[in-house]
Unconditional design. Structure first.
Length: 399
């Protein structure tokens, strides 16, 4: 029986829902003078170790969030850093050191930027500076080290110079990016900076605005109103940008299950799920599985691209199972037999390492699994610490 697509306004996404400020536990803060260790660790004759970094959203006032680092590929727990539970996904600088935005200490107020030093076991965050007006649903670091902080509340992306201030005193942004799709009805939900310093901003209506390096004037490269919010954006090895979003209820017709060229006279229905951009231009649409099969998908929550440009999309059917869709390089429709099927509520976050292994979080049972490229059977699986039940971001810094 054909499954009817149903969208719900009550759907919560860690990347777009804004938690009101209150009196919450603050991040553990180390002395500002502490020197971070290098993120890349040499081993085995010149090879470089990679790690999986996972952000587990907490519940303010109930239990804290955590930034957790695991070794690859065996997923051994290495380090945790406590956050409030209203932190941003982490971003990595050129040395692969993670940073995140979270509530500032009470004496400073509002939000600020933290460094997550590289260490072992429990590692306190190092407060860098305040001056961020409100919660951030994403953080990106440009090639020059500048921080780009997504601000839903002020309908903009703020750019800050790197470096800590004395006592973490507030900084003023050096640039404010707004306009394009960002207006009275749409707000930024995710932002990334490519290898050349160009800024791409996804919004609450599924659109994308492009800001060339050095310019605060935005150009719309994907119209808003096509879908629900952009939930994640990533940059691939070539500097191209990929975005994924919650459901687009508009049907797109195809001639049959195997043809991936839209055909208005066709009878097979798919919907938009993700987009590919290059040099400030829209270049490719990625579609869901057909809506009349058991592995139907209509909501996107995460995206990853491996070194051969194979795309993985963490997704789910609203009210049903969760999935990781697998797209062959250059293809716009997923390879259905390679779909990883997960339980309802998994809302998977995805990441890939330099060996093209895939890592998938499962919010339903609080686990992380690894897969060989193209396989639907995990080669390893671990359970996270009890009490941290909402993995909402997984990332591996690029080599």
């Amino acid at each position: 029986m054909k499954r009817r697509i149903a969208l719900t306004a009550s759907l919560l996404s860690a990347f777009v829902s804004l938690v009101p400020m209150g009196t919450f536990a603050r991040p553990l803060i180390a002395p500002q003078s502490r020197s971070p260790q290098a993120y890349s660790v040499p081993h085995d004759a010149g090879k470089v170790a990679q790690y999986l970094d996972v952000y587990n959203t907490g519940s303010p006032g109930i239990y804290p969030g955590q930034y957790v680092r695991y070794s690859l590929p065996n997923l051994t727990l290495l380090q945790t850093t406590q956050a409030d539970g209203v932190g941003s996904p982490m971003a990595f600088n050129a040395k692969r050191v993670p940073y995140f935005v979270d509530e500032s200490p009470p004496s400073i107020g509002n939000f600020g930027l933290y460094e997550q030093p590289i260490g072992m076991k429990v590692v306190p965050a190092v407060f860098q500076f305040g001056g961020v007006p409100c919660q951030s649903s994403s953080l990106s670091i440009g090639p020059n080290g500048d921080f780009y902080v997504n601000q839903y509340c002020s309908n903009s992306v703020l750019e800050f110079k790197p470096g800590a201030t004395k006592g973490g005193k507030p900084k003023k942004p050096i640039a404010i990016y707004t306009g394009g799709n960002l207006g009275s009805t749409e707000h930024p939900t995710y932002a990334v900076v490519d290898h050349k310093g160009n800024l791409y901003v996804g919004d609450s209506g599924g659109g994308v605005t492009y800001f060339p390096h050095g310019s605060t004037t935005g150009t719309v490269i994907l119209q808003t109103g096509r879908s629900q919010p952009v939930t994640q954006m990533v940059v691939d090895k070539n500097g191209d940008v990929w975005s994924i979003h919650l459901g687009d209820p508009t049907p797109v017709y195809f001639a049959d299950d195997t043809t991936c060229v839209p055909d208005p006279s066709g009878h097979i229905v798919r919907t938009d799920l993700a987009e590919h951009f290059s040099q400030g231009q829209f270049v490719q649409q990625l579609y869901t599985t057909p809506t009349d099969i058991s592995d139907a998908v209509n909501e996107g929550v995460s995206i990853a691209v491996d070194s051969q440009l194979r795309v993985y999309a963490g997704s789910f059917y609203n009210g049903g199972s969760s999935f990781v869709l697998d797209y062959d390089p250059g293809q716009s429709c997923p390879d259905v037999p390679r779909t990883i099927v997960l339980a309802h509520g998994a809302d998977p976050q995805v990441a890939v390492d330099s060996k093209r292994r895939l890592y998938v979080t499962d919010q339903a049972d609080n686990t992380i699994a690894s897969y060989k490229s193209g396989s639907t059977k995990p080669i390893a699986k671990i359970a996270q610490a009890t009490g941290i039940v909402t993995p909402t971001y997984a990332g591996i810094p690029q080599m």
